[in-house]
Design a binder for this molecule. Structure first.
Ligand code: ABU
Length: 548
């Protein structure tokens, strides 16, 4: 049984008698029982005279959120207070996930809100390096709050006039950075990079086989699509979702740095053709998920042009670099793409979610997805119905993802975005440089990071002292190191970084920088913390029969 905590310390800030209860008397009272009654959530707006209780409740919530935001930025506070699933399910200190039959009062709801944050992960903490989307931009947060307050839907101009026009402005701006001409360019915000990539495959298929919309799979030959071995799994997932089939996705070989090798792409296309398949789509990645590599877009564009294939650039992670004068050359050739995915919720630090699919050919999104539902997209409306953009999408209802980005752009200007992106890449260079000089760490690749990804192993002392020629033994050991350190790291909660294997490389750490709050001292902290947590791992002795 859960013992629920009282929350009077929170609503207790409300002075006795300050909560006005609606009803027959409308009087203020200092009676505690009466106050308790007034704290019931039925007195929130839209209840009659509910403004005061609503204001008090939201102010208290704001206090909780502000305390959390301050903690997130405080380096002496933890990134996380980790609990195992069974512990959270059992309930911690009265925090219950169970749903009641009777309404909880406002005090309890505030405690629930506070506990929800308490047991979560502070992804805005300067020492959170675990994911590509990190940070907590205050203007972006304000944008998200406003968006939820407006609580409207992006399907029609009728219900979202301002947001629809903002989306047009932002998409146009992004297209300008891609380098498409005034006459070109279309797009839509979608729920994440995977969905944006799915759109690209859908559009490419429709471009070559418009009859698929009405006739389905019967209108298609056996399609083949191409993406690098280091690309995001969403490309394969798109092929699965769209009925193309994972076996018809050709994973093109990469060089040691994780970039697609153009000659290998050419070879893959020829091989697929030789087997009677119909190549139609190539994905290039601008900023791979693990290595942060940029495929040579220009060279791949030449191949696509030769074979008449759709070229997509998955710039979910690396698209933001288009805003940086120092780094945009890494996406040279992107203007030749037929479509681009770009997630401002990654490198531009916009609160989740904010992802765009940008399409070079105007009108294709609409043609591909339009079903003209008459109850929603009436053609005889009194305004230009091309602003009813909802029929371009595969959704019906669509969240407003654009406002927070628009507001952040207003607040920072292009200069602000440039500076924060350059800063994140400087942090990566700093970490890379630091690890080059450490004997207890080994970089996965020696060359300077192209994006803000830095990949490395921690080498416990017993691995460092192994004689040459015991490489396999070392890998057996090393593969276990990162998971052990990560587990200790999450239990101690001071920082967080991810690990994974890739190809023939055993588990290694991947540190990524997209939080402008992170400073060089935080990078130093991460390195020292990994070394501290790894320093007592010497008991992981090699056992001859142990599998890798
Ligand atoms: N596309 C999601 C990337 C996940 C991550 O590595 O943070």
């Amino acid at each position: 049984m859960h013992v629920r905590r009282r929350a009077s310390f929170i609503m207790g800030r409300v002075s006795p008698g300050s909560v006005s209860r609606h009803g027959d008397t409308q009087r203020e009272t200092g009676n505690a029982g009466y106050n308790k009654e007034a704290r019931k959530n039925k007195y929130l707006l839209p209840a009659e005279n509910g403004e005061k209780v609503t204001r008090l409740f939201l102010r208290e919530l704001l206090n909780i959120l502000l305390a959390y935001i301050n903690k997130s930025q405080n380096r002496s506070s933890k990134v996380l207070d980790f609990h195992y699933p069974h512990q959270l399910k059992e309930g911690r200190e009265g925090f219950s996930l169970e749903l009641p039959d009777q309404p909880e009062n406002l005090e309890q709801l505030l405690v629930d809100c506070r506990d929800t944050l308490k047991y979560g992960v502070k992804t805005g903490h300067p020492r959170f390096f675990n994911q590509l989307s990190t940070g907590l931009d205050i203007i972006g947060l304000a944008g998200e709050w406003l968006t939820s307050t407006a609580n409207t839907n992006m399907f029609t101009y009728e219900v979202a006039p301002v947001f629809i026009l903002m989306e047009e402005v932002i998409l146009k701006k992004m297209q300008t950075f891609i380098g498409w001409s005034e006459e070109e360019g279309d797009g839509i915000f979608s729920p994440g990079g995977t969905m944006s990539n799915l759109y690209s495959v859908l559009l490419a298929r429709y471009h070559f086989f418009p009859h698929v919309k009405t006739e389905g799979m019967h209108a298609l030959p056996r399609l083949a699509l191409f993406t690098s071995a280091h690309s995001h799994y969403s490309i394969k997932k798109s092929a699965v979702t769209l009925g193309i089939g994972s076996e018809n996705v050709f994973l093109v070989k990469c060089d040691e740095r994780g970039k697609m090798i153009p000659a290998e792409l050419e070879y893959s296309i020829q091989t697929a053709k030789g087997k009677g398949l119909f190549p139609f789509y190539v994905n290039t990645t601008a900023g791979t998920t693990v290595y942060g590599a940029f495929d040579p877009i220009s060279d791949i564009a030449d191949i696509c042009e030769n074979h008449g294939l759709w070229l997509h650039v998955d710039g979910a992670w690396g698209g933001g670099l288009l805003l940086s004068e120092r780094h945009r050359t890494k996406l040279r050739g992107i203007e030749r793409a037929s479509s681009v995915t770009w997630n401002p919720h990654k490198m531009m630090c916009v609160p989740l979610q904010c992802s765009a699919i940008l399409v070079r050919k105007k009108g294709l999104l609409q043609k591909c997805n339009q079903l003209s539902a008459e109850y929603l997209f009436q053609m005889d409306k009194h305004y230009d119905t091309s602003y009813d953009t909802g029929d371009k999408t595969i959704q019906c209802g669509r969240h407003v993802d654009v406002f927070k980005l628009w507001l952040m752009w207003k607040a920072k200007g292009l200069e602000g975005f440039k500076a924060q992106i350059d800063h994140c890449l400087e942090n990566a260079e700093y970490l890379h440089c630091k690890l080059q000089n450490r004997k207890d760490f080994q970089l996965v690749f020696q060359s300077k990071p192209e994006h803000s990804n830095v990949c490395f192993w921690y080498l416990p002392s017993y691995v460092r002292s192994m004689p040459p020629g015991t490489e396999r033994n070392r890998d057996v050991h090393v593969s276990k190191v990162a998971p052990k350190i990560k587990a200790k790291m999450m239990e101690s909660g001071a920082t967080m970084v991810g690990y994974q294997p890739l190809g023939d490389k055993v588990n290694f750490f991947r540190c990524v920088f997209s939080n402008p709050a992170t400073q060089k001292a935080d990078v130093d902290f991460l390195v020292d913390e990994i070394a501290r947590l790894g320093s007592n791992l010497s008991h992981l002795k090699y056992e001859p029969n142990q599998g890798v």
